[in-house]
Design a protein around this ligand. Structure first.
Ligand code: ZN
Length: 437
């Protein structure tokens, strides 16, 4: 159904929403072929794993994805999940690149958090360039960076372990050595053109209630205490994962301080993304509320901070923060494809209840399977279509405003925020830009 107007039609808007190139501001690597063929495709629509996956086939997100994957693989309406899995295996065997290309259609670029899984199982960041219009860039996951540094200090026998933990001086030296190496690496990342920004996964371990120290000395004392008493005793068994609150908080504070210093020097600041809202079963759900970040948002007013995944189910709180803090942005991704259709539309409406669309960013949170990117983009465009067209029909937005919101959320906001300098090169969208600007 189309309603021609003097300044464009709903059909034009629908076309724009379905074809606008996207800057995917947060996703992860695709599996290498061996894992692509053997890992469980059921995980495309859920954070459940292990035995909890047994119930996934009765969830709304799964049933919707099943119908959509039939279309992607050209299967008939009666094809069940085993038929989908078989067809996918054939496609991966015959031309895996063609399938990936189809899944990443109309993707301008992807900003990739590549620190989320075993690097041996994942395609490297540059591999994804083959399927996007512009080169992809990395997001440095700060906890993974810290873990790598600590592992190399262990290899060089610079970590006091066992009875040596009792040696206060040795612990203090090791902590200072670690922190210096970490800050050097963050400073290098701030200068690197391959790196678009940073990502913190602190939400998965000690939560978002990050203590903001009143002085550098306080920060150092708290980090050292946590390093000595929580991290060192179990670090080898834990494979150097940083899951000690004082240390985790110190990593975030150090990163924010360096981003802030870069802002003061160049007036350019690379953004820091936070996982917010629910995730896997380890996440401390109460501490995944973005409201916990409020002291940090206040303390670092010039550090661009992105609340990932619409902070689901804390979307309205995240929307408030992105509205009242100049430096805070709200990512609308991850609910596609892990939330039901009506849930996704509600999330998008909640994102727009308070928050200016100039603060909203698109992402897929695609990971492991190219299909996660495809499902997210298909479902995200459907939700945008439903919500924006309704706003136009009810005169909450003019047609021009809806065009501008579409381009801003899918492309322009991330292009500006991450200083990507990309051009929206789709001629039809460009024509609509000329009409609506
Ligand atoms: Zn993610």
């Amino acid at each position: 159904m189309t309603t021609p107007t003097e300044t464009g039609s709903l059909a034009d808007l629908e076309y724009c929403i379905h074809t606008c190139p996207v800057i995917d501001n947060h996703a992860h690597n695709v599996y290498k072929p061996q894992w692509l063929k053997t890992e469980n495709l059921l995980t495309t629509t859920t954070e459940a794993d292990g035995r909890a996956l047994e119930d996934t086939p009765t969830s709304l997100p799964h049933l919707r994805a099943l119908k959509q994957l039939r279309k992607l693989y050209d299967l008939p309406a009666e094809a069940d999940w085993p038929a989908i899995v078989r067809r996918r295996a054939e496609l991966l065997e015959s031309d895996a690149d063609a399938l990936t290309r189809k899944c990443m259609e109309k993707t301008q670029t992807i900003l990739i958090d590549d620190g989320f899984d075993d690097p041996d199982a994942l395609q490297p960041c540059q591999w994804h360039d083959t399927f996007t219009r512009s080169s992809c860039k990395r997001l440095v996951r700060i906890e993974e960076l810290a873990s790598d540094i600590l592992s190399s200090l262990y290899d060089k026998k610079q970590l006091p372990l066992g009875s040596a933990v009792a040696n206060e001086e040795a612990c203090s030296v090791a902590w200072a050595t670690f922190l210096e190496a970490f800050e050097t690496a963050i400073a290098a990342a701030l200068e690197s053109p391959e790196i678009a920004g940073f990502k913190s996964a602190v939400c998965f371990t000690t939560g978002l209630a990050i203590d903001v120290p009143s002085s550098d000395i306080e920060a150092s004392v708290s980090g050292l205490h946590s390093f000595r008493h929580e991290f060192l005793p179990d670090c080898v068994a834990q494979d150097f994962a940083v899951e000690a609150k004082g240390m985790n908080d110190a990593l975030v504070i150090s990163t924010c301080k360096l981003i802030d210093a870069a802002h003061q020097q160049h007036r350019l600041a690379k953004p820091l993304q936070f996982h917010t809202g629910i995730g896997n079963k380890e996440i401390p759900v109460l501490l995944s509320n973005p409201a916990c970040l409020q002291p940090l948002l206040t303390a670092f007013a010039h550090v661009p901070i992105i609340l990932l995944h619409a902070s689901y189910p804390y979307t309205r709180i995240a929307g408030h923060l992105a509205t009242v803090f100049k430096n805070v942005y709200l990512d609308v991704g991850a609910v596609f494809p892990e939330v039901s259709r009506d849930g996704q539309e509600r999330v998008l409406r909640e994102c727009m209840e308070l928050t200016p669309w100039s603060k909203l960013l698109w992402s897929t949170d695609g990971h492991w399977f190219p299909e996660t990117f495809w499902l997210a983009n298909v479902q995200g465009r459907e939700a945008m279509r439903t919500v924006l067209m309704e706003y136009v029909e009810r005169e909450d937005l003019t047609m021009q405003e809806a065009f501008r919101a579409t381009r801003a959320i899918f492309f322009e906001n991330s292009n500006r925020l991450y200083q990507l300098g990309l051009k929206m090169d789709d001629p039809t969208i460009q024509a609509q830009r000329d009409f609506s600007d």
